[in-house]
Design a protein around this ligand. Structure first.
Ligand code: AMP
Length: 249
């Protein structure tokens, strides 16, 4: 069995995001970039399935600038076998990503396709769903548990007020939620070994995907700065302020 894992290069989740002065987007200069955290969970899940003998090979794919090879190498150091980097300097949108991933999944005949539930930069939460629809296969989104049984995969999903378990025919698309697993840290020898693992470079044109955008970002603004707080001297003063100034009680 083969797995395809999609990893996106995003601003590291610990970094405070800076908006460009002209409000055209987020400033990425001199910013630490990492694998999207949900995608790291997807890589970890694929590696665990490989360790359990369910999967034989893990392919990692990323669509983005040349530097995205750092995130592919990081996934290879965690245990993936080979990478595909689809080079583009355009800002890719979920449908374009889904079309490219569909071509890779079909040409590689992958059985399990793992994505993050959302990329923390654009918060789209669309790519996995679009991919499953384009491929005409089942999807288990927001997975908190994944169990392969024969030619099916059982996916437990975190839904409002509880858990739902689905049985999906393979191939299937799975998107990961935070509680699916806790990703391991890459060990130094594995980081060294990852440098030698195969990494193919492609372009969107190789998959017949047009990267022209059908939408335009009009503006990006940072959240309003929070005002400094005050220290109150007593509970009575706090209640008074909440009632008469903030008017929340
Ligand atoms: P989104 O729909 O943009 O929130 O992204 C959901 C998931 O799709 C991510 O967690 C990744 O697994 C995958 N994905 C999105 N963009 C890319 C990309 N440029 N390259 C590889 N995978 C991506």
């Amino acid at each position: 069995m083969k797995a395809l894992v999609a990893v996106k290069r995003v601003i590291d989740y610990n970094v405070k995001v800076r908006v460009k002065a002209d409000n055209s987007g987020v400033d990425l200069s001199n910013t630490k970039m990492s694998i999207n955290p949900f995608d790291e969970i997807a890589v970890e899940e694929a590696v665990r399935l490989k360790e359990a003998g369910v999967i034989d090979e893990i392919i990692v794919a990323s669509i983005g600038p040349k530097e995205s090879q750092e995130q592919i190498r990081a996934a290879l150091a965690l245990g993936a076998d080979r990478g595909v980097l689809v080079l583009t300097d355009a800002k890719p949108y979920p449908l374009q990503i889904a079309k490219i991933l569909k071509s890779i999944a079909e040409s590689e005949s992958t059985d399990i396709i793992l994505l993050g539930k959302q990329a923390i930069d654009d918060d789209n939460n669309q790519t996995g769903q679009m991919l499953a629809a384009l491929m005409g296969i089942g999807q288990g989104t927001f997975a908190s548990e994944v169990k392969v049984e024969g030619d099916k995969v059982n996916v437990t999903r975190e839904i409002d007020g509880g858990l739902q378990t689905l049985a999906l025919d393979l191939p299937a698309v799975i998107t990961t939620d935070l509680r699916l697993n806790e990703p391991r840290y890459a060990k130094l020898p594995n980081i060294m070994k990852a440098k030698k693992k195969p990494l193919d470079e492609k372009t969107p044109a190789d998959f017949g995907v047009d990267m022209a955008s059908k939408q335009e970002i009009i503006k990006v603004v940072p959240p309003a700065e929070r005002k400094a707080g005050i220290t109150v001297k007593s509970v009575d003063e706090l209640v008074d302020k909440l009632r008469n100034e903030a008017k929340v009680i």
